[in-house]
Design a protein around this ligand. Structure first.
Ligand SMILES: [Fe+2]
Ligand SMILES: [Fe+2]
Length: 305
C-alpha cells in the first residue's frame, strides 16, 4: 500500500527529498471529554491519520507543533500517542512532538517521549536523512504566551552553527508572525527579534508553527513561516472585530514537501465531505505511464476531460 513519491513525480521540479505531515493543536482532554463540551478531538485526529493512510505515501516524519493536550493530562497524551503511532509506523514516519502552551512538560515527557518527568524546556534535534528538524519549546509554564530564554537561544545558535545536508526546519508552537487576532497578539511569542538574530543567515529553510488554529503563512528573518491549523477547533478569522470565536469545522493539517530548492506546504482539510467526481475516467491514474507529449495531449488538452 505504501508507495514512494518519485514514481508519481512527472513535473519539471525535482522530486521532494522529504515528505512530512504537519499536524497541530490536537488538544485532547483526559477521560475522552469533548473539548468545550463539543469537539470530538479523538475522532478528528483519527480522521487525520485515516487520510494519511489513504494517501498512502511514505512519510519521513509527522511533526506535531504543540498543544497536544489541552490541560496536560497524562491520559490525553496516551490517547494521542495511541492514535498516532500505529499510522506513523505504517508509513515509516518519525514522530516529532513539540511543546505548546497547553502542554505540561513532565507528562509530555513521560507519555510522549517515554523519558523521565523533568521540567526543563523540551528542545530537540532530529535528523531525517540529512534534513535537520529542530523542535523548540516556546512554552512558559503557567502562561499562554511564548518565550525562548537565553540558554535556548544559545543552544539554537550552536545547533545552527553548522549547516545540515538538506538544511533545517524549525518546529515551534508560537509562530513568529503577526496575527490579526487581538487575543493572539497578547499570547504571541515575545522578543521575536532575539530569535530573528539567531535564525537570520543560517540554513533554516522554513519555520513550522501552530497555536493560531488557522492556516497562515508569512516570513520571519527572511525565512518562510507556515502555520498549520488545528485538528480540534478552527478560529473564525472573519469573526467580528473584538470577538474571538471558534468553529467545530474546517480543521486541517499540512503536507510539507521538501524539494532541493523549495519547501512547499499544502493544506489538507480534515473530514468526510460530499465527493465530487472530477476524474470520472480515472485519467490521473495513467499519468506516470504516459510520455511527456502524451501527457500534454491526453491530460492537458481542454477537451480531454
Ligand atoms: Fe492551541
Ligand atoms: Fe497554543
Amino acid at each position: 500500500m505504501v508507495r514512494t513519491l518519485p514514481g508519481m513525480h512527472v513535473g519539471q521540479h525535482p522530486p521532494p527529498s522529504h515528505l512530512l505531515a504537519h499536524v497541530s493543536d490536537t488538544q485532547f482532554l483526559g477521560g475522552r471529554r469533548p473539548l468545550y463540551d463539543r469537539v470530538d478531538t479523538d475522532r478528528l485526529l483519527s480522521q487525520a491519520m485515516l487520510q494519511l493512510e489513504r494517501y498512502g505515501s511514505r512519510l519521513d516524519a509527522m511533526i506535531f507543533t504543540g498543544d497536544i493536550a489541552d490541560l496536560g493530562e497524562p491520559d490525553a497524551y496516551r490517547r494521542v500517542r495511541d492514535i498516532v503511532e500505529p499510522t506513523a509506523a505504517l508509513l515509516g514516519a518519525e514522530v516529532i512532538w513539540v511543546m505548546g502552551n497547553h502542554d505540561e512538560r513532565s507528562a509530555f515527557r513521560t507519555e510522549l517521549l517515554r523519558s523521565p518527568p523533568t521540567t526543563e524546556p523540551v528542545d530537540r534535534v532530529v535528523m531525517l536523512n540529512g534534513l535537520r528538524v529542530v523542535s523548540l519549546d516556546t512554552s512558559v509554564p503557567g502562561y499562554h504566551h511564548g518565550r525562548l530564554d537565553d540558554a535556548q537561544l544559545d543552544w539554537l545558535a550552536g545547533v545552527l552553527s553548522r549547516p545540515a545536508p538538506h538544511g533545517t526546519l524549525l518546529a515551534m508552537h508560537h509562530p513568529p508572525l503577526p496575527t490579526p487576532m487581538p487575543v493572539m497578539q497578547v499570547i504571541e511569542l515575545l522578543e521575536q527579534d532575539r530569535l530573528a538574530d539567531v535564525v537570520r543567515g543560517t540554513d533554516v529553510r522554513a519555520v513550522l508553527g501552530g497555536h493560531l488554529h488557522y492556516s497562515s503563512t508569512g516570513t520571519f528573518a527572511g525565512v518562510p513561516v507556515s502555520v498549520a491549523a488545528s485538528t480540534c477547533y478552527t478560529v473564525d478569522t472573519t469573526a467580528p472585530v473584538r470577538r474571538h470565536a471558534g468553529w467545530n469545522g474546517a480543521q486541517a493539517m499540512n503536507l510539507v514537501s521538501v524539494h532541493p530548492d523549495q519547501v512547499v506546504h499544502t493544506v489538507a482539510p480534515l473530514g468526510a465531505f460530499e465527493p465530487v467526481d472530477v476524474d470520472p475516467d480515472g485519467l490521473v491514474g495513467i499519468v506516470p505511464d504516459l510520455t511527456s507529449e502524451q501527457r500534454i495531449e491526453r491530460i492537458s488538452r481542454r477537451d480531454a476531460w
